[in-house]
Design a protein around this ligand. Structure first.
Ligand code: XMP
Length: 491
């Protein structure tokens, strides 16, 4: 340790500062342009992404956020198969053309079709023979009232003779006309030999209208990112996630300024080629720079900033989040690599401050854990609905992970749990968070606050926000004044 206490730098977080209002010619909040980038090559319409936590992001959250113009990062505390299935659900949820629709053979039992429709969350299955020739279509409607689940699919499907299809390469306008004039919802596409070549659905066409700012890939499918670790199956996992269509991998490690993270990042880039890889977490300029040098396409910033983190308490290490973002953005300044401010977002003003400090997007955990789209049920306590949120380094999450990794059930499971309890030093906690309804409502508040914040700074774009932003440090009296005060609050 060098220096004396007077040499110590001061670390600041969101509540320590305010943005000084500036002259503004932004006429309406709608004129504030929130377009940004998640990583070097992934554009977003709104700078909000959901955290790779098991109480926050699986396919439902990722679909909802991508539709709103943000992005979800599917957590990695699943088997490879399960995580791949979540990615596929997002990629198949809508698209210009679903290139690889869900299929089943005509002699399979209806029971299997029911399971597929529910597991894969699709409205129908294209029925194909052994050479992928289309022989029929089975939709949710065909089986909803079917009592005999042992019947063969061919007995309940719409057979090929009655099926409306189109040729591969049909234009979207033409497909729309066929769907509309025949009052059908699904249009299988066939190649010259009658083999399945894709599927167009009326739902997807509607969604395109409903969500014009959605985050989509070149094929019109929603984008999704997926987290991977730095040990064990991470290379195989990365490969399988990319094969499933994941748009970016997020190398997820608590201390990302480490040889582990850098080696993993380099390893993925070397083995898997031209893939978008986000790395983190770091909290310093040097940390960001080292990950960028190792090939990161975005750097995730935040050590101990999350609402469910106790890393700073347990380890004594961390950097208050505003300083972490400011410093990391400085480290990234000579590159084209965006910074993701991860953790600590509690109110819309925090988003504006994080972006003004140099983040290109913010990652949100617990604030989204309370929404309809997060994994897990709602819990009723004394008439109030809650959902669960937990740190990925909490005791409960670690126990679940170890039990899954060792695939132990029964008495063996008790031993694994005991071992974790004995050895583990948790760096996260778990807790209840009030149920907040659909994530769209929360995003609306965050982005609405950001747009207003941009207007107070006189910024039409996020680049301008960053340029014009002037932070002022405030005292505890100033912070107190910022909150509602001296009233009996009723709403
Ligand atoms: P918020 O504040 O949005 O933060 O809930 C989400 C971020 O917190 C990080 N995270 C953890 N950090 N121990 C930690 O120190 C943990 O157990 C833990 N779990 C999640 C993570 O970066 C996430 O995106």
């Amino acid at each position: 340790m060098k220096g004396s206490a007077s040499d110590f730098r001061v670390g600041l977080t969101f509540d320590d500062v305010l943005l000084v209002p500036k002259f503004s010619d932004v006429k309406s909040r709608r004129d504030a342009d929130t377009r940004t980038r998640f990583s070097r090559r992934i554009q977003l319409s709104v700078p909000v992404v959901s955290a790779n936590m098991d109480t926050v992001t699986e396919s439902s959250m990722a679909i909802a956020l991508a539709r709103l113009g943000g992005l979800g990062v599917i957590h990695r505390f699943l088997s490879v198969e399960e995580q791949v299935a979540e990615v596929l659900k997002v990629k198949r949820s809508e698209g210009v053309v679903i290139e690889d629709p869900v299929t089943l053979g005509p002699d399979r039992p209806v029971r299997e079709a029911v399971a597929i429709i529910s597991d894969r969350d699709v409205g129908g299955i294209v029925i194909v023979d052994g050479s992928r020739k289309v022989v029929g279509l089975l939709t949710r409607r065909d089986i909803t009232l079917e009592d005999d689940l042992d019947r063969k699919v061919r007995e309940v499907m719409t057979p090929r003779a009655k099926l409306i299809t189109a040729r591969k390469g049909v234009s979207m306008e033409e497909a729309k006309k066929i769907l509309h004039s025949n009052k059908i919802e699904k249009l299988p596409l066939l190649d010259g030999r009658g083999k399945l070549a894709g599927l167009i659905t009326s739902k997807d066409i509607m969604k395109r209208k409903q969500f014009p700012s959605a985050t989509k890939d070149a094929k019109g499918r929603l984008r999704v990112a997926a987290a991977v670790g730095v040990k064990g199956d991470h290379m195989e996992r990365s490969r399988r996630l990319l094969d499933a269509g994941a748009d970016a991998l997020v190398v997820d490690i608590a201390h990302g300024h480490s040889a582990y993270a850098i080696d993993t990042l380099r390893g993925i880039k070397r083995a898997l080629g031209d893939v978008e890889v986000v790395a983190g977490n770091v909290a310093t300029s040097r940390g960001a720079l080292d990950l960028i040098k190792a090939g990161a396409d975005a750097v995730k910033v935040g050590v101990g900033s999350g609402s469910i983190c106790v890393t700073r308490v347990v380890t004594g290490s961390g950097v208050p989040q505003l300083t972490a973002i400011l410093d990391s953005a400085q480290g990234a300044a000579d590159s084209d690599v965006p910074i993701i401010g991860d953790g600590g977002i509690r109110v819309p003003g925090d988003v504006t401050k994080a972006l003004a400090a140099g983040a290109s997007s913010v990652m949100v955990g617990s604030l989204f854990a309370g929404t309809e789209e997060s994994p897990g049920p709602t819990i009723l306590r004394e008439g109030v609905r809650y959902k669960l949120t937990r740190g990925m380094a909490s005791l409960a999450a670690t126990v679940d992970r170890r039990v899954r990794e060792t695939r132990t059930t029964g008495p063996g499971e008790d031993e694994v749990i005991e071992e974790v309890i004995q050895e583990n030093v948790p760096e996260g906690v778990e807790g209840l968070i009030p149920y907040k309804g659909r994530v769209e409502e929360v995003v609306k508040q965050l982005v609405g606050g950001l747009r207003s914040g941009m207007s107070y700074t006189g910024a039409h774009s996020l680049t301008e926000l960053r340029k014009k932003a002037e932070f002022m440090r405030i005292t505890s009296a100033g912070y107190k004044e910022s909150l509602p005060h001296d009233i009996q609050r009723v709403a």
